[in-house]
Write a protein that binds this ligand. Structure first.
Ligand code: 3HC
Length: 287
């Protein structure tokens, strides 16, 4: 079993940036790539802020942060991932975009490198078709937002994923301080099969006037001990992502009960995507 020393991350957004930060802090050489120069700059600035906060709070020493920083590099060319022992993709939830990227990555990395997708619901077996004979090295490694805080990594084997790939991925997740748990390659895996219909139902409750958003969220927070109510969580995840996951569930499970709530879809049509656009169910003026 070849050891993972260098972690490559594709996508410097919220998820990719979080994965890269956790990997570097855990001691891995880490390269984070994004085709958009602006995204790389934003990611670096966020790392600076979060790592400085970790020192202020006494969670890391300054020298630990300095060492993590030395292990972290940022790239706007995919070529920088050449030496990665695992490449974790965290880009937009579009199967074609992901497949195109994996095809390119396959031509760069060594024959032992793991190809992992952080997809929230797209079939791992389908994505693995992009890499042909390398499908045994393809796996789902699903992190949760915010990555530095959330404990879980959902590990999803595709039909062809090899045992060595699963073992190395589980070992990496543990080395990153996470708890890996397995899920089969079915629509939404476990996390979004269970979470997303609950969020969708909260939109139906709002649409049907069962209660106002603040009260729906308050009831679920205080009554079920959720850290965020389902509507606040939808804003945090991104309403467009929620619609996308519901569509994957509806199509993959061929059941109308997974249809995205019309109100949720309407907010997306209006460009109200949640935290990232400054307005979703709620308003976030600072963003
Ligand atoms: N990055 C890094 N750290 C962060 C962070 C971020 N973006 N946001 C918050 N934190 C840290 C804070 O620094 C703080 O750390 P500390 O304990 O060392 O002080 C800690 O998290 C708690 O933060 P706050 O005190 O500011 O706020 P809260 O107590 O309200 O916690 C929260 C914020 C951790 C986001 C909490 O509300 C929560 O757990 N919410 C639910 C999140 C969740 O369900 N995520 C999963 C989404 S589903 C998903 O990702 C899958 C996808 O496929 C859809």
């Amino acid at each position: 079993m070849s050891e993972i020393r260098t972690v490559g991350v594709i996508g410097a957004g919220q998820m990719g940036g979080g994965i890269a930060q956790v990997a570097a802090v855990a001691g891995f050489e880490t390269v984070v790539f994004d085709a958009f120069e602006g995204a790389v700059g934003k990611c670096r600035a966020l790392h600076d802020k979060l790592l400085a906060r970790a020192v202020d709070k006494g969670k890391m020493t300054q020298s630990e942060v300095d060492n993590a920083r030395k292990r972290l590099s940022y790239a706007s060319s995919l070529d920088a991932l050449r030496n990665a022992d695992i490449v974790i993709e965290a880009v937009v939830e579009d199967p074609q975009v992901k497949k195109d990227l994996f095809k390119q990555v396959l031509g760069l990395v060594s024959g032992h490198a793991i190809l992992a997708s952080n997809t929230s619901s797209i079939s791992i077996t389908e994505l693995a078709t992009a890499v042909g004979d390398a499908a045994p090295r393809f796996i789902g490694m699903h992190f949760f937002n915010p990555v530095p805080v959330m404990q879980l990594v959902e590990v999803i084997n595709g039909l062809a994923t090899g045992p060595d790939t699963t073992e190395r991925t589980i070992a990496l997740a543990r080395a990153m301080g996470k708890t890996p748990l397995p899920a089969n390659d079915r629509p939404g895996f476990v996390s979004n099969r269970v979470l997303m219909p609950m969020i969708n139902e909260a939109f139906y409750a709002w649409m049907e006037g069962v209660a106002e958003p603040e009260d729906i969220d308050g009831i679920m927070k205080l009554g079920c001990n959720f850290p965020m109510g389902p509507l606040r969580l939808a804003d945090f995840i991104g309403l467009d992502t929620c619609v996308h996951i519901m569509e994957v569930l509806a199509e993959g499970l061929n059941n109308p009960r997974y249809r995205a709530c019309p109100l949720l879809k309407q907010l997306v049509t209006a460009g109200r995507l949640g935290d990232k656009t400054g307005r979703g169910v709620y308003e976030y003026p600072a963003k």
